[in-house]
Write a protein that binds this ligand. Structure first.
Ligand SMILES: Nc1ncnc2c1ncn2[C@@H]1O[C@H](COP(=O)(O)OP(=O)(O)OP(=O)(O)O)[C@@H](O)[C@H]1O
Ligand SMILES: [Mg+2]
Length: 249
């Protein structure tokens, strides 16, 4: 868990993440020069962009893992970060990996075990609690990692390609589960995805970013069937938005 310092900037109000004119280079490579974006409390926002456009770098900046060259970053609230690489600890079982954030928070062993029993079936990992990461498929590792991130019930979740290596059926189930969790706990979620359908289905807003040096090409408000996003899946509006988004790639 990463706990960010609470910013006293009153202009943040309901904005929980704000990047102003952020620049980042790696040596000679300019990843971005002037990124501005914000995320409001309770929103699901997707960052959509092609490979190598600096999306994970953006998350590492928001999570406070890497410094910026210039600009301002303000984050308000506790952050749970699911990195693109699953980062499960190879020497720990599925149950220990998933329960780790709760252990670090000082939960009692019995409570952790109870929670793990309750949650593993939700991601289809029941019966695998005693396996080690090397014994799991890529998709299973991803689901374990997703569950571990959500176990922390933080205020803000950064999910980097959380559903990337899942088959479409499991992917659909996980997306639904994410929406259920969001409705239940009213967290704020920022997703990185390559998948336009996923972005339209889940998001309240989408930022499309260009190749490096990356800039925000377009901000799209997704404002149909907000009350029941499942209805978006079959709506003709999804197709219209998809066509609009594809213009930027
Ligand atoms: N720590 C680092 N040191 C040097 N270069 C880096 C570092 N991290 C990322 N880069 C480079 O910065 C660029 C953006 O990388 P990043 O991982 O942010 O892209 P991405 O949009 O997440 O790509 P993908 O969709 O493939 O995950 C790439 O060219 C990458 O090689
Ligand atoms: Mg990435």
């Amino acid at each position: 868990m990463l706990t960010m310092p609470l910013q006293t900037n009153s202009s943040l109000n309901d904005t929980v993440i704000k990047l102003e004119h952020v620049g980042k280079t790696f040596g000679e490579m300019v990843v971005f020069e002037d990124i501005c974006l914000h995320v409001n409390r309770g929103e699901i926002v997707s960052i959509l962009g092609s490979s190598g456009s600096g999306k994970s770098t953006l998350f590492n900046i928001i999570a406070g893992l890497i410094p910026i060259d210039h600009g301002k970053v303000a984050v308000r609230g506790t952050v749970g970060y699911m990195q693109q690489k699953d980062l499960l600890l190879p020497w720990k079982t599925v149950a220990s990996n998933v329960g780790l954030p709760l252990k670090l928070k000082g939960f009692a062993k019995e409570d952790i075990e109870k929670k793990i029993k309750e949650y593993l079936p939700l991601v289809g990992l029941e019966g695998n609690e005693d396996k080690y990461p090397f014994q799991l498929s890529g998709g299973m590792r991803q689901r374990a990692s997703f569950l571990r991130t959500l176990m922390t019930a933080e205020e803000i979740f950064l999910l980097d390609e959380a559903f990337g290596s899942l088959d479409s059926i499991t992917r659909g189930q996980m997306q639904k589960w994410l929406l259920d969790m969001k409705n239940k706990f009213d967290n704020t979620v920022v997703l990185i995805t390559h998948d336009i359908d996923e972005a339209i289905y889940l998001s309240d807003r989408i930022y499309i970013i260009s190749k490096i040096p990356a800039e925000i090409k377009k901000e799209i408000k997704v404002d149909f069937h907000n009350e029941d996003k499942n209805k978006r899946l079959l709506s003709p509006r999804t197709l219209e938005l998809k066509q609009e988004i594809l213009k930027y790639f």
